[in-house]
Design a protein around this ligand. Sequence first.
Ligand code: MN
Length: 297
Amino acid sequence: MSRFSQYVNDLFIWNEQMRQFLQSEQVEQDTELWHQLDEFSELIESINQELSTEQLLSLQAKAERIHQQMEYYFSRKQGMGVGTIWTEERQLSPGGHTLPELPYAYNELEPYISEEIMRLHHDKHHRSYVNGLNKAEQSLKKARETQDYSLIKHWSRELAFHGSGHYLHSIFWNNMNPNGGGQPKGVLQGEMNRYFGSTYAFKKQFSEAAKQVEGAGWALLVWSPMAGHLEILQSERHMLLTQWSVVPLLVLDVWEHAYYLQYKNNRADYVDNFWNIVYWHDVEMRLEKALDKRPGI
Ligand code: MN
């Protein structure tokens, strides 16, 4: 596929996503947004030959305009001055997680995964992660209110275990589809080739990682923002006291090597003194970048 037809193909997918988004947001059929999107659909569906650069640029401009209008529409609808259409992102209060619906029926992944497994896995297992996460968040809220942190280790563990369980399963369901299979395309294929050498090499390593996870766990293809490349990781169980899918903003190293020479075994003083040198500006910048991330990612 040429770069141009690749771009048109991407537009096609984008267009389809926008339509699904409008549908999921229950935007009425007679609004300007739907008209715009309909026109745009007709336009790209009528493309049957290689486009000139000019025509491509005009297509791109049209797509951007629609996107802007969508953002405007949704920011108004939510009574927010700024933001993107993705900021309709829920801001959950402690204990506010709910079990997401599967994007397909329980039996639709057959014969590869049976209906029985899907039903149990989603409705029983995933639900218990959601409940466990809610409970941990609520218990920690209570700890903040009463300033009683005697069970912090327990609730942090629960937070990590159930949180990772909930987030990973939410990603997992969407990573599969009855219309799935085939080969990766576009930027994903590009990044795979660049880092792993080929799609084949990636699949091979990912499969091996999955097969050789010690005990229960996951194989994960991740993007490393610091390294600027893809990576494959294994996770034993869900976590080691982390929540996959979260973005670190402020971290404090409490390995002994970080304080022992000066504080000996007095980690508490080291932690208390940390607040004298925290660079909030950096934390704030990291949060702003994280807020740019689309929900569900
Ligand atoms: Mn599972």
